[in-house]
Write a protein that binds this ligand. Structure first.
Ligand code: FAD
Length: 351
C-alpha cells in the first residue's frame, strides 16, 4: 500500500504516532513517555482536549480516581501538565486523512495539512471521530464555502469593512460578534432563540451594542441564500412570526457547533464492530499488528466509554507498543515511586 502521490515533504519518522489529543490520547503520551517512547500527536481540532474541551469544558467530572471533582477543562490542563516532561510534538488543526502500511511493516500517515509521518506504531485515540462544523444546510451553500460562507475564521482582517451576518448563540458566535462589531461595515447576529449559550458577560456586551445601534440582533432561522448572477448577495432568515427578513451580506459566518464524524478511520481496513475499532484486551491492538486503539474509538466485550477505561487501555497499549518496537526486550513493571529511570524521564531526579 502507499499514500496518494502528493508527497511533498520528507515524512517525520517516529516510534509512535498518536491520532487524537483527547484525554485518552494525552494519557497515552504519558504512558509511552514512562517507557522511554517519544510520541507525536495529531488532532483535527486547533487545541487538545477532545470531547472534554469541545463539548463540556465547564462541566464537573466526578469519576476520575483521586480527583473528587474537576472540570473537564481542568482535567485536560492537568494531563497537559503531566505529559510536559515527555515534550510530545503536537500537530493540531489537521485531520489524519490517509493511512498505509509499508512493506517494511511501518505506517505512513498523512494529514489534511500535508504533514506525513513514517511511524513504527500508531495509536488511534480518535474518540467518537473528528469534529466537523455543522453546516448551514441551505440549498447551494456548499458552492460558497470558504469564499463567502465560513465555519471558522481564518483571517479576521478579511472580514473588516464587509457586511456580515453571523449565525449562532454560543461563545464562538458571540466572540466574533464582539470582535468584528466595530470593524465590519454592518453586522447582524442571527440566533434561533432569545436565549444564548455564550457566557453572560459576552451576551450583555452584545446587547449593549445592539441597543446602541452598532449591530443588529435577530431571532430567526436561516431560510435561503440570496444569489444573483451566481454571486452571493445575502441571506433570507425566517423569524418566529414566519416573516422573512432579507439580509444583505458579503460574508456569512456560521457557528452552529461541531459534530463528530468517524470519518477516515473507518476506511483504513481495520476490523470494526459497533462502529468502533475491534481490539484485544491484552494490548488494545487492532486487527493490524502495530496499530493500537484506546478510548472511545475502540470496542471489546464489556467496553464502557469512560475516561477511566481509556486510561487503563493506554497503560497496557504502551507495553504492547514497547514489545512491538523491541520484541527482544524483557518487560519489567516499574513503579514511578521507586524507579530511578522513570523518575529521570519525568525530570524529577537528576541521578
Ligand atoms: P475524544 O475525547 O473524543 O477525543 C478524540 C480526539 O480525536 C478529538 O479531539 C478528535 O478531534 C480527534 N480525532 C478524531 N479523528 C481524527 C482524525 N482522523 N484526525 C485527527 N484527529 C482526530 N466520561 C467520564 O469518564 N466521566 C464523565 O463524567 C463524563 N462526562 C461526559 C459528559 C459529556 C457531556 C460528554 C459528551 C461525555 C462525557 N464523558 C465522560 C465521556 C468522555 O468525555 C469520553 O469518554 C472521552 O472524551 C473519550 O476520550 P478519547 O480521548 O477517547 O476521545
Amino acid at each position: 500500500m502507499s499514500l496518494s502521490s502528493a508527497d511533498t515533504q520528507t515524512p517525520i519518522r517516529t516510534d509512535a504516532l498518536v491520532i487524537g489529543a483527547g484525554p485518552c490520547g494525552l494519557f497515552q503520551v504519558f504512558e509511552l513517555g514512562l517507557l522511554g517512547i517519544k510520541a507525536h500527536i495529531v488532532d483535527s481540532l486547533a487545541h487538545p482536549g477532545g470531547q472534554c474541551t469541545e463539548l463540556y469544558p465547564d462541566k464537573p467530572i466526578y469519576d476520575i480516581p483521586a480527583l473528587p471533582v474537576c472540570s473537564a477543562q481542568e482535567l485536560i490542563d492537568r494531563l497537559l501538565q503531566q505529559i510536559k516532561p515527555f515534550a510530545p510534538e503536537f500537530h493540531l488543526g489537521q485531520e489524519v486523512s490517509e493511512f498505509a502500511q509499508t512493506p517494511a511493516g511501518r505506517f505512513l500517515v498523512r494529514t489534511s495539512a500535508g504533514t506525513t509521518f513514517d511511524a513504527a506504531t500508531v495509536v488511534i485515540a480518535a474518540g467518537v471521530g473528528s469534529f466537523q462544523a455543522r453546516r448551514i444546510g441551505l440549498e447551494g451553500a456548499q458552492a460558497f464555502e470558504d469564499a463567502h460562507i465560513h465555519y471558522r475564521v481564518r483571517r479576521a482582517a478579511d472580514l473588516h469593512d464587509q457586511r456580515l451576518v453571523i449565525f449562532g448563540g454560543g461563545d464562538s458566535a458571540l466572540d466574533w460578534t464582539l470582535e468584528l462589531a466595530t470593524k465590519a461595515r454592518s453586522l447582524t447576529l442571527v440566533h434561533r432563540r432569545a436565549d444564548f449559550r455564550a457566557v453572560p458577560a459576552s451576551v450583555a456586551k452584545m446587547q449593549e451594542l445592539a441597543s446602541a445601534g452598532r449591530i443588529r440582533c435577530l431571532e430567526a432561522l436561516p431560510h435561503s441564500l440570496i444569489v444573483e448572477d451566481g454571486r452571493l448577495r445575502g441571506v433570507n432568515v425566517k423569524a418566529p412570526d414566519a416573516v422573512i427578513h432579507a439580509l444583505e451580506a458579503d460574508q456569512l459566518l456560521v457557528f452552529f457547533g461541531l459534530h463528530p464524524k468517524l470519518g477516515p478511520v473507518a476506511e483504513w481496513g481495520l476490523a470494526l464492530e459497533k462502529k468502533a475499532l475491534l481490539v484485544d484486551t491484552e494490548k488494545f491492538q487492532t486487527s493490524l499488528p502495530g496499530v493500537f486503539a484506546v478510548g472511545d474509538i475502540n470496542f471489546y466485550p464489556g467496553k464502557k466509554k469512560l475516561i477511566l477505561s481509556g486510561f487503563h487501555e493506554a497503560a497496557l497499549a504502551a507495553f504492547g507498543i514497547q514489545h512491538h518496537l523491541f520484541p527482544e526486550k524483557k518487560q519489567f513493571l516499574q513503579y514511578t515511586t521507586t524507579s530511578p529511570i522513570m523518575q529521570r524521564r519525568l525530570g524529577v531526579t537528576s541521578s
